[in-house]
Ligand binder design. Structure first.
Ligand code: NAD
Length: 331
C-alpha cells in the first residue's frame, strides 16, 4: 500500500476527488488516502491556506494528489500552488498532452509532453512597487534550475523513446536570462546525442502549435512560457478538463488536475473527473503501479470514446457520478 496525501481542493475539487477515490477502490489500486486541506478548505478548517499538517503529511508521504485550489488574484495570500512547488522544491512541471478518442478538438494525433521549470523565472515572486506609478518584477534564471529541468526532459525522452526535445525561449530579447536557459539546455543536449535538440522562440512556437501541433514531441520551457504554452496545448486536445499534470522534485511529487476550481459548476454534479483521474493514473505510474494505471486509463478512454456517459463540457449530459459509474463498469 502506498500512503498518499489527498487534497480534495476547492470548488469542484471534492466532487472530482471523490470520483477518483471511488474508481481507485474499484480498480483495487494499492493506495491509502491521507486526506488534508489547503486553499479555501484550509482557511475554513484551520485558518491557514496551507496548514502545517498538510505540509507535514506531504513531506512524510512524499506523494500527493491535489484538486484545484482557489487563488485570489492581485491582493491576498500568495498562490498555494506556487508555495507548494517552491517549498517542496518540485522543480519539474510535467504535462503530457495527448489526443483522446471521442474528445472533440480541432486536431488529431497530438502526443506531446511539456517540461516546465517550476521554481523560478518571473514566478519567483520578487516584485515591488517603485513609487506610486510603477511596479517591478524580477526574472530569475539560474544554471542549476535550467540544467536540472533540461536533464529531466532528456531523461524522459530517452526513457519513453521520444525523438526530439525543443527548448522554448525569447533569448532574442532577454539575452541574459533566456540566454542562460538555452546555454544550459545545449550543455545537456550535448550529453544526449541520440535525441534531436532544437530551439524555438515562444511566439513562433504558439503559431506553429496552432498550425502543426503534431510536429512537436518534447517541449522544454522556463516557467512563464511553459505555463502559457501548457494551456495552449491543453486547448489543442479538448481543454483543461482532459489534461493531467505533475510537479516532480527529488524528494517528492504532487499530481494535480491543471484546471481550476470551476466555481460556475461547483456543487452541481457536473464536473468532469477525467483530468484529475489521468493525473492520479500518472501518480500510479510514478509509484510503480503501471498496470493499474493502464487499466484505469483504458476504462476512461473507453467511456470517452463511446461518448454516452460524459459530462457537459465534453458534449454529453451525464453527471459526475454517472460518468464515474460508467468508468467503474468498464473497469
Ligand atoms: P477554471 O479552470 O476553474 O474554469 C474555466 C472554465 O472551465 C469554467 O467554465 C469551468 O466550468 C470549466 N472547467 C474547468 N474544469 C472543469 C472540469 N473538470 N469539468 C468541467 N468543466 C470544467 O478557471 P478559472 O475560472 O480561471 O479559475 C477559477 C479558480 O480556480 C480561481 O480561483 C483560480 O485561481 C483557481 N485555479 C486553480 C488552479 C489550481 O489549483 N491548479 C488552476 C487554475 C485556476
Amino acid at each position: 500500500m502506498h500512503r498518499v496525501t489527498l487534497i480534495p481542493g476547492d470548488g469542484i475539487g471534492p466532487e472530482i476527488s471523490a470520483a477518483v477515490q471511488e474508481i481507485f477502490a474499484a480498480a483495487a489500486a494499492p493506495v491509502l488516502w491521507d486526506v488534508h486541506f489547503a486553499g479555501q478548505g484550509g482557511i475554513d478548517r484551520c485558518g491557514d491556506p496551507l496548514p502545517e499538517a498538510t505540509m507535514a503529511s506531504i513531506r512524510a508521504n512524499k506523494v500527493a494528489l491535489k484538486g484545484p485550489l482557489t487563488t485570489q488574484v492581485g491582493e491576498g495570500y500568495r498562490s498555494i500552488n506556487v508555495t507548494l512547488r517552491q517549498t517542496l522544491d518540485l522543480y519539474c512541471n510535467l504535462r503530457p498532452v495527448k489526443s483522446l478518442p471521442g474528445v472533440r478538438s480541432r486536431y488529431e494525433g497530438i502526443d506531446l509532453v511539456i517540461f516546465r521549470e517550476n521554481t523560478e523565472d518571473l514566478y519567483a515572486g520578487v516584485e515591488h512597487r517603485v513609487g506610486r506609478y510603477a511596479a517591478e518584477s524580477v526574472k530569475i534564471i539560474t544554471t542549476e534550475a535550467s540544467v536540472r529541468i533540461a536533464q529531466a526532459a532528456f531523461a524522459y525522452a530517452a526513457r519513453h523513446g521520444r525523438k526530439r526535445v525543443t527548448a522554448v525561449h525569447k533569448a532574442n530579447i532577454m539575452k541574459l536570462t533566456d540566454g542562460l536557459f538555452l546555454a544550459s539546455a545545449r550543455e545537456v543536449a550535448k550529453l544526449n546525442p541520440d535525441i534531436r535538440y532544437d530551439e524555438v522562440i515562444v511566439d513562433n512556437l504558439c503559431m506553429q502549435l496552432v498550425m502543426r501541433p503534431e510536429e512537436y514531441d518534447v517541449l522544454l520551457a522556463p516557467n512563464l512560457y511553459g505555463d502559457i504554452v501548457s494551456d495552449l496545448c491543453a486547448g489543442l486536445v479538448g481543454g483543461l478538463g482532459v489534461v493531467p499534470g505533475a510537479n516532480l522534485g527529488e524528494g517528492g511529487a504532487v499530481f494535480e488536475a491543471v484546471h481550476g476550481t470551476a466555481p460556475d459548476i461547483a456543487g452541481r454534479n457536473a464536473a468532469n473527473p477525467a483530468a484529475l483521474l489521468l493525473s492520479a493514473a500518472m501518480m500510479l505510474d510514478y509509484l510503480g503501479e503501471g498496470p493499474t494505471a493502464a487499466r484505469i486509463r483504458a476504462a476512461l478512454e473507453a467511456v470517452l470514446a463511446e461518448g454516452r456517459a460524459v459530462t457537459p463540457d465534453l458534449g454529453g449530459s451525464a453527471t459526475t457520478l454517472q460518468m464515474t459509474d460508467e468508468i467503474i463498469r468498464k473497469l
